[in-house]
Every structure is written in C-alpha cells, then in structure tokens.
Design a protein. Sequence first.
Length: 254
Amino acid sequence: MTKALMSAQHLSKRFGGLMAVNDVSLDLFRGRIHAVIGPNGAGKSTLANLLSGDLPATTGQINLSGMDITGWSPEAISRQGLGRSYQKTNIFLPFTVWDNVHLAAQSRDPQQAWNPLRWLQLAAHSKTTKARCAQAIELAGLQNRRDAVAGTISHGEQRQLEIAMTLATEPQVLLLDEPLAGMGVAEAQRMVDLLQKLKPDHAILLVEHDMDAVFSLADDLTVMVNGQVIATGSPAEIRANADVQAAYLGEEHA
C-alpha cells in the first residue's frame, strides 16, 4: 500500500473551553487531492494551521515524509516539504511576479558559513534558483506576467502567484486554504486546471467552499462540523451520506 506523505493522528486543538479541532485523523497521498469541507466555524482552517505549524496542537501527532513533525516551527515544516497558501493572499504587492517567486526560491538556497569566496557560491546557486523560479512561474501559468507588478495583476493571478511562490520551495505536500475564494468563473476554472496539473507530483489538502470545484477535483473528502469529522470518503460516498446531507450539503448536492 502506498505510504502517506503526510498524516495526522487524533489531532486536537483547544482554545480555552472551545475544542476547535477534535480528534481528527487523515492521510495525504501523492497524486491525490483530499478536500476538507464544512460550514464556517467547522475547524477547517484551524486544522490547516495545525498541519503547517502555525498553531501548536493540544494533542495528537503529525508526520511528514517519514518524520514526526509535531511541535515543529512553520519554517522547519516548510523545509521538510510542506507548502502552504492562506485564505488571504500573501504576496509582496510592490514587487514583480518574478521577484516574489525569487524571494520564495531563495529560502531554499543552502545556508553557507561566511567565507571570503562566498560570492562564488552565491553565483553557482543563483542559476539553480532562477531555474526553480522559471519552472514555478510556468507551472502556475504566469509566464506572460513575470515582469508585472504583483499589485497590478488580477485577484485570480495573485492567487496563482501565491501558489507559484509555494512551488518555488519545492514542496511535496500542498495545503491550500480556499484558493478559489473571490474568483469569477474564468479565474476559478484556471485555478481548477492548475490544481489538476499539480496533482500528479504532490499530495494536496484543499480547504474550499466552492462545492462544484471540490466535487470535480477531490479524490477524497473529509467533512467537518463543530471541529469533528462526521464523514470521510470518496465524493460519491459523501454525496450519499445522510449525516452530511443533514449537516452541510443540502438538497442541491443530493
């Protein structure tokens, strides 16, 4: 059986008297998109924050690429192979598309102790970094926008840019928090196409409210309500689940 690239076992997060995430377990596999859905306040973004290290778990364990990363910092988890996007687009608006991606790519340059010939090392690494930038920009579909200032491109392109920045760090696992939020039909379709293109080489966790996109993209679905998982399964199994129908999806997805 294929081993999960990332897994969470019995993950919980308590804020005072509120259990925002309660005993959640899931596995993420390369070549599969695992969507997490549920109403507002279900704990979806909190779960993503636990997996990325932005929040410490109260209980439970997280594994990434064979390592127990429970309690690691976000930077350490990122270096282990996790890429993350957020609900609010997180880019440098005054910089060009290329400069944004280049900054992200540079975070993966080897950390060298200082020496008088360090400029030679930097020159050697710069070719690799630039190649990584170009590949990430092309994958994200922004090759014709690389010199545009990030603050002047469309909302959908800004979301593509954030994913390009993530790709420049060469992640194995992608956690994408509402990547289609605020998009029109054409922009949303471009994002769906991008996620399909990224799927073969990554394990993807998708938190998203666009149910049409979710059911067209997801191989696996986890439904959360009030911090708890009420169902996990294939899109067909989730559509047919009476508990999910009652708690979330509604008749239009029956």
